[in-house]
Write a new protein. Structure first.
Length: 279
């Protein structure tokens, strides 16, 4: 069988009327990181290695809401989260509440490989990072001028919002199509020529989110999932994705009903998710 790879830089399309100086860097980054993943697959790296590699690149680029580009909490701090999963073994690792770790996705993989656990958060995750010798920096490294502006916008409107879109109510974080600067959660899925699959997702969450809020990204079966049939990395309304267990539902429809990937994703998006958006 053939190999395949896909990546995303967040919910929503980049608006066509977005100024070129804002749109082109994002598009160029996505194309460049995709090629890095393709090259890695061609060099026979495992899908797990490939998705980690690509997501690390996305985390290091401030154009996206993960790692260096993470948006800010209501306290003006970062709380980053990530998850990685190997479809062949269903081994997985997740982290949240990170404030100093440069690459959350790599720490998630260390949780998977170096601990008896699946998920570490906040100070426990930070302590584990220091113990493992991963790259850490002062938390100010992640607080960028664009994200300070995003937080100011959200606070002025008393809203929680997705990235730099127009403000939306606290109970609804839908991106407005013509928002100023669409960025978002990042992720990558890959399959090699032997059928091995993997998925990885990383995010800074929502602008002006409550301190301690955890989204769908690090929750296995909600924002991230992989098995022998498919690999899923979600982006969008985290609370809705959690309620609908989106990633696992896609896999379950393929496994138990024999649906093709497109059929399964169409069903979850059109039939399952809209119901929880109304809650």
């Amino acid at each position: 069988m053939g190999w395949a790879i896909a990546l995303h830089g967040g919910a929503g399309d980049i608006p066509r009327d977005l100024p070129l100086e804002l749109r082109q860097p994002r598009e160029a980054c996505l194309h460049r990181f995709l090629q890095i993943g393709v090259d890695a697959l061609h060099s026979h790296k495992s899908p797990l290695d490939v998705v980690e590699l690509v997501v690390r690149e996305l985390e290091n680029d401030p154009h996206f809401n993960a790692g260096r580009g993470s948006v800010l909490t209501s306290n003006g701090t970062v709380e980053m989260e990530a998850c990685i999963m190997d479809g062949s073994t269903k081994k997985c690792g997740a982290v949240s509440g990170l404030t100093t770790v440069v690459n959350a996705v790599s720490l998630a993989r260390l949780v998977m490989e170096k601990t008896p656990h699946v998920y570490l958060a906040f100070e426990g995750a930070e302590a584990f990072a220091r113990e493992q010798g991963v790259e850490i920096v002062d938390s100010n490294h992640f607080i960028t001028p664009p994200n300070i502006e995003r937080l100011k916008q959200a606070k002025a409107a008393n809203r929680v919002q997705v990235d730099y879109t127009q403000p939306t109510p606290l109970v609804d974080v839908t991106p407005v199509p013509n928002g100023n600067s669409q960025i978002g959660t990042v992720g990558c899925v890959a399959v090699d020529s032997y059928g091995n699959l993997a998925a990885a997702t990383s995010t800074g969450g929502l602008v002006n989110k409550m301190v301690g809020r955890i989204g769908d990204t690090p929750l296995v079966g909600a924002g991230t999932y992989a098995n022998k049939l498919c690999a899923v990395s979600c982006t969008g309304k985290g609370e809705a994705i959690i309620r609908a267990t989106v990633a696992r539902d896609v896999a379950a429809l393929m496994e138990y009903k024999g649906l093709a990937l497109k059929e399964a994703t169409d069903y979850v998006i059109k039939e399952s998710t809209p119901a929880v958006l109304l809650v």
